[in-house]
Design a protein around this ligand. Sequence first.
Ligand code: CND
Ligand code: ZN
Ligand code: ZN
Length: 378
Amino acid sequence: MSTSSTAGKVIKCKAAVLWEPKKPFSIEEIEVAPPKAKEVRIKIVATGVCRSDDHVVSGQLATPFPVILGHEAAGIVESIGEGVTTVKPGDKVIPLFTPQCGKCEVCRHPESNFCMKNDLILPRGSMQDGSIRFTCRGKPIHHFISTSTFSEYTVVDEISVAKIDPAAPLEKVCLIGCGFSTGYGSAVQVAKVTKGSTCAVFGLGGVGLCVIMGCKAAGAARIIGVDINKDKFAKAKEVGATECINPQDFKKPIHEVLTEMTGGGVDFSFEVIGRHDTMISALSCCHGAYGVSVIIGVPPGATNLEMNPMLLLTGRTWKGAIFGGYKSKDAVPKLVADFMAKKFQLDSIITHVLPFEKINEGFDLLRSGKSIRTILTF
Ligand code: CND
Ligand code: ZN
Ligand code: ZN
């Protein structure tokens, strides 16, 4: 086991700090403390820009401030704390925004993945022990969903990191840290899309395109993309959509359009935007007797949604999932192996690669609808 010269020491490095909501990221020099017991310090090599990070900037997703965001990344282990057994310095790894402790009732349940040790539902913005490893200008800076990858170095708990194939290209497989797994898993193992079925995907961003890839891999015969930005249609078709529609092109509500197009409703629908109205549209467009609708988009926090329960009474199923339902620490190395075996590709999803310092440009590209995924490299 090689020990790096920085092991056990505080590392000074660059990070993008978000001091308060609705402000640009500020590139700062920060201090990253060494990992404590059962913790791992990682040198981040590449990190993607996901809408969930932007939801924190906009205020749609609550987490303590100031904060270092970023949750879709790949890197190399710099050093490990006492008692860490599943990774060692030099290993290529992917941080896991949904941990897998292996011990809680969720981890022990065969069908569920949202580990009780997650820092997403009641976020403390800290390590599992409640403390923080980042400081900047003398102030503690919070962690974000156990990952904080908008930093040259980050510290994560051992339950929040997976070792991957040493040959994996980190600037691509970083997408397996969120967008790919979330989208693909929602199709293949949350919805369990069936061969010959018809699917509707609302929202053709990075995650939505990976839902389409999953629907296609599962053998769906018809995959209808829905987006208000028609510039997204070409990519959606490239990854497997058989047709794409823009709700703004119709007078009728889009669920009625879809119901007519499919002679009664789709088999599977997916909301990959994060809006209440589209969650209802997606539910309503799936078949009244057997349709399955999956919520993937992160909704505005602390608000309720009105729905007519009759939609469910007739036989629809409404579900949702974090990270595509995958048990993260088990699944991520396998998904990377599948990528290396060319079972799926990630190039279509990556529209921009920028140096880390241009993080604000990466977010502008997302907000203006010009990018699918921007990868920031260090
Ligand atoms: P991105 O912003 O790239 O895509 C959203 C797409 O929705 C864009 O193409 C928009 O044009 C489109 N859109 C916006 N409004 C509408 C509308 N009213 N009708 C139709 N289309 C519309 O986002 P992303 O792909 O990075 O993420 C999508 C959602 O998934 C977002 O809410 C994000 O927070 C969430 C998510 C969930 C999870 C999970 O584990 N469940 C993980 N990561 C991201
Ligand atoms: Zn994400
Ligand atoms: Zn657990």
